[in-house]
Write a protein that binds this ligand. Structure first.
Ligand code: WQD
Length: 382
């Protein structure tokens, strides 16, 4: 407990410097109920994001902020790779048994196309790392987990909008690595010796649809290393001139969708981050989220989406309007692992977590463009 006797729960965010991770850290700090620890290997992120987050958190403090509230603005950051368990164990050691209350596990490799080229690397970084993390959590009595899963676990879904009851059958090693991790976590939660476990382990998987946008301050945002694989950061970098192209290569327009291009369910990254907070609160001892299930569950999976899909061409049009950039486009062949339509049925998260993704596409594009114009070269500019 800190000086005021008020206890801040310490939460470890893996991938805390990344696009999703940094916005989740922002959401945790804003509540001033959590002390954040970040583990990141900076393979696809920058330490600069963490100092920007401390800047945002300090600017949010009241003049008469208590010691505890000030504590919530400091991020304990560690550079280490989750595939090195000794390094991860050393971080947990620092805080002792029970020192870390929960983990938000976001760090992963996530390029659908790339995963088909280097599947072993994807299984190592996504599955082995998760198993190491769960083992270390067990050793240190850390029994709350929010796991970053993905809509790609559904592969080509039989039904759209997609409910959580849809069978999991991914079409790429990336998506399959998420399916495997969900199974590992679920089996751990329901393992027999857990029944005797006094501290009820609980875990929630959040199946992200397509995160977009940035914190409206423009201080943190999406800045993948190398050429962006994702559509929106690519379009933003084209419009700012960081990528010297004005023609978008569209990966196929022969899909069974209104305009033939793939449809995705884009949600604002801050709405996505808010979903993580709701999930952590649902894991708290006093939460009843898990108890009013048919059988008191220890594991739940929720879609995080808006329930509204936009095609590639609709996104292109939205970014043309936001940036004023005169994009051209050229239809080329399909990208391996792409599926026609990933639109969420968001009702379970709304009902059980109180989750609502409010920001619309215009807001997502506006916040993305604000981040990009203030940081033409992302975090590496200054
Ligand atoms: C969107 C659409 C492309 C680039 C993402 C994440 C993945 C997972 C699922 C997190 C697709 C098309 C893109 C381009 C294009 N999320 N496109 N030309 O494929 O839904 O995957 O969500 O776990 O990690 O990457 O998003 O932004 O890559 O593509 O035509 O140059 O844009 O074919 O239909 P996707 P995306």
């Amino acid at each position: 407990p800190s000086t005021e006797g008020h206890y801040l729960r310490r939460v470890l965010v893996t991938g805390g410097a990344g696009y999703i991770g940094s916005h989740v850290v922002f959401a945790l700090q804003r509540t001033q109920r959590y002390k954040v620890v970040s583990i990141d290997n900076y393979h696809n992120s920058y330490p600069k994001a963490l100092s920007r987050l401390e800047e945002i958190a300090r600017s949010g403090l009241r003049a008469d902020a208590t010691e505890t509230e000030k504590q919530s603005t400091v991020i304990d950051a560690y550079e280490c790779d989750l595939t090195n368990p000794a390094d991860v164990r050393a971080v947990f050691e620092k805080y002792g048994k029970g020192g870390i209350w929960g983990v938000v596990h976001i760090a992963a490799w996530k390029a659908v196309g790339e995963s088909s080229e280097i599947p072993l690397t994807y299984y190592h970084n996504n599955v082995t790392a998760t198993i190491y993390l769960l083992q270390i959590m067990s050793e240190f009595d850390c029994t709350r987990l929010v796991y970053s899963s993905s809509a790609t676990v559904y592969g080509t879904p039989p039904l759209v909008p997609i409910p959580e009851t849809t069978r999991l059958k991914a079409d790429s090693p990336y998506g399959q690595s998420k399916v495997v991790c969900e199974a590992v976590i679920q089996d751990l939660m329901h393992s027999s010796n857990m029944a005797a476990e006094p501290k009820r382990w609980r875990a929630i998987s959040l199946r992200y649809f397509n995160p977009a946008g940035a914190h409206p301050s423009g201080l943190i945002g999406e800045d993948p290393r190398g050429r962006p694989g994702n559509l929106l950061p690519l379009l933003a970098q084209m419009a700012i001139g960081r990528i010297k192209e004005s023609t978008l290569q569209v990966f196929g327009n022969d899909y069974p969708t209104p305009d033939g291009t793939c449809v995705r369910d884009y949600l604002h990254v801050l709405d996505l981050a808010a979903g993580h907070l709701l999930a952590l609160d649902a894991l708290a001892p006093d939460s009843t989220t898990f108890d009013n299930c048919p059988t008191p569950a220890r594991y739940k999976a929720y879609n995080l989406g808006r329930g509204q899909g936009f095609s590639v061409l609709q996104i292109l049009e939205a970014m043309r309007t936001t940036t004023g950039f005169d994009y051209k486009y050229n239809i080329i062949g399909r990208r391996r692992g792409d599926v026609p339509d990933l639109t969420a049925d968001p009702t379970l998260a709304e009902k059980e977590l109180g989750f609502r993704a409010k920001a619309d596409l215009t807001t997502m594009c506006r916040d993305l463009w604000n981040w990009q114009t203030r940081n033409p070269n992302g975090y590496s500019s200054d």
